[in-house]
Each structure stands twice: as structure tokens, then as C-alpha cells.
Design a protein around this ligand. Structure first.
Ligand code: GUN
Length: 292
């Protein structure tokens, strides 16, 4: 292995400790505690597990959490009423609406209702719009892309002037990651399923963020020697040697890429733990914006 391993688990732990220390300071000074409200609509087991981990993280860091759950057949009106109630509740610092929501719910309308000072996921059109505009700062940046940039910074990767390639253009990861890289003065190419000669485009990348959800799609010979590789993919593949019968792999073929890259995140233990760590950082920021 020639690449430096970017240890997301350790970096996330450090972020969590910093947040916990600041929360403890606030509490000792009699200031309001950060409280995260999560909204889960429906019964997707993956969404339920994510929301549960977010609540658990709040508890571990000394923050409060409120978990709201609506049934899979909830109406648009019910979801909107819930968001409005959480907006109006001064004890709630941050609101996180877990995505995706059931088909009958207009996600854009729901996200646009979240008070931007409580939009700890950074998905409200105002926060995303500000991220996309020069000289305008969002109050919050989406947690997974924020974690990707944080990992690059911690690994000492120079973003300014770098050629960055983002694989994937989702609202949750690819697009905000591209906008963040642009705001840090990288030259950014966003690739997707219709990009021509993908390996050739990826070979230009000093920084690669892979968030396309395709098992080990990026091969070692696609990587520019010395590149920084951030793998957002979490794909489950069968593995008879594991008790669970499966294991998690990324969008990048790690064994090949680690021989070429300058630094690389593993899966698991790379970007994964950063999402909740950055959500905790955003929730602390929310209470600071609202109450000082
Ligand atoms: N679904 C998948 N990732 C995320 C995320 O970061 N936030 C929310 N709200 N939903 C998600």
C-alpha cells in the first residue's frame, strides 16, 4: 500500500469530542442545550436505523433529541404541520427530515418550510442556493459533503487550484460536494451515467469524490498517481466468510486504488462516520446562531 489512509473513524471521533466539550461548556454556563429533532416518515429500515444513530449521537454528546415518526401513509399536510410546529418550538435547535420520504410527499415543499436557522442538513433551497452563489454563505452545509471536505483538509490536501472530479450528482452528496469544492477554488468536473469515457475524465483528478452508488466501479488504473480519493459509496456485497453473509465496499476498488492514490478513505471507516459527526457540529452551530 502506498496511499496514506484517511481514518474517518478517528477524525469523526475528534469532531465529536470537540462538539461534546463545547456542549458541556454551554450547559455549565447555563446556556440552552442543542436539541435535534428528527422526522421520519414511513418505515424504511435503513432510514429508521439512520435516525436512531443520530438520536444516539445526540445523547452521547450531551445534546437533546426529539424523534418524530409519522406513518407511511401520512399526508403532505401532516408532514408540513409537524415541520411548522418544530420551527415554532424554541427548544428545538435543528430539524432533520430523513430522506427519502414516501412518494405522496412533496419533498421540495417540506424542505423549503424548514426555518433556515434550524436547517442542520443544509437541504433547504435557501441554504443550497447560497452555497451555489458566489460571495453568499449558507448557514449550514449538507453533512456528508461537509465531511468529505473536512477529511481532505485533515489529510492536508490542497483544494485550491486542484482538478476535482465528483462522480454522481445527487442532491444529498454529489451536487453539494461539487459546489463546496468550487467555493474552495477547485476546478470541478461533475460526472454521471452519461459521461463519455469516464476513466479518462477520472484520470485528470487530483481529488476524486466518488458518490455514484456502484460497487467498486472505479478501478486502480482510473486513478491519477498521488490523487486524493474520497469514497462515499456504501454497497453491500455477499461474503460467505462473514457471519452476516455480506460486507460493505465502496464505489472505488480499494485494493487497486490504494497502490496508486496519494491518500484514500476506506469503506467502512472513511466518510460514513463523518456524516453524523458533521450533523452534530451543525446542530451545535444552530443553537449558537439562535441563542449565542
Ligand atoms: N438520506 C440519506 N442521507 C441523508 C442525509 O444526510 N440526511 C437526510 N435527511 N436524509 C438522508
Amino acid at each position: 500500500m502506498t496511499a496514506q489512509l484517511i481514518d474517518g473513524k478517528a477524525i469523526a471521533q475528534k469532531v465529536r469530542e470537540e462538539v461534546a466539550a463545547k456542549v458541556a461548556q454551554r450547559t455549565a454556563a447555563g446556556k440552552p442545550q442543542p436539541v435535534l429533532a428528527t422526522v421520519l416518515v414511513g418505515d424504511r429500515p435503513d432510514s429508521a436505523a439512520y435516525v436512531a444513530s443520530k438520536g444516539k449521537a445526540c445523547q452521547e454528546l450531551g445534546m437533546g433529541s426529539v424523534s418524530e415518526h409519522l406513518p407511511a401513509d401520512a399526508t403532505q399536510g401532516q408532514v408540513e404541520e409537524l415541520v411548522k410546529r418544530l420551527n415554532a418550538d424554541a427548544r428545538i435547535s435543528g430539524i432533520l427530515v430523513q430522506l427519502p420520504m414516501p412518494k405522496q410527499i412533496d419533498e421540495e415543499r417540506v424542505l423549503s418550510l424548514i426555518n433556515i436557522e434550524k436547517d442542520v442538513d443544509g437541504f433547504s433551497p435557501i441554504n443550497i442556493g447560497r452555497l451555489a452563489q458566489k460571495g453568499r454563505d449558507p448557514l449550514f452545509v449538507p453533512c456528508t459533503p461537509y465531511g468529505c471536505i473536512y477529511l481532505l483538509e485533515q489529510a492536508g490536501v490542497q483544494i485550491e487550484g486542484a482538478n476535482a472530479v465528483v462522480l454522481g450528482r445527487s442532491n444529498i452528496v454529489g451536487m453539494p460536494a461539487a459546489l463546496l469544492l468550487i467555493s474552495r477554488n477547485a476546478t470541478v468536473t461533475v460526472c454521471h451515467s452519461r459521461t463519455r469515457d469516464l476513466p479518462a475524465v477520472v484520470r485528470q483528478a487530483d481529488i476524486l469524490i466518488a458518490a455514484i452508488g456502484r460497487t467498486e466501479m472505479v478501478r486502480g488504473d482510473w486513478i491519477k498517481p498521488g490523487a486524493a480519493v474520497i469514497d462515499v459509496g456504501i454497497n453491500s456485497v455477499p461474503d460467505a466468510t462473514k457471519k452476516s453473509g455480506h460486507r460493505l465496499v465502496g464505489d472505488v476498488n480499494f485494493n487497486e486504488a490504494k497502490e496508486v492514490a496519494g491518500c484514500i478513505t476506506p469503506v467502512p471507516g472513511g466518510v460514513g462516520p463523518m456524516t453524523i459527526a458533521m450533523l452534530m457540529k451543525n446542530t451545535l452551530r444552530a443553537v449558537e446562531i439562535q441563542h449565542g
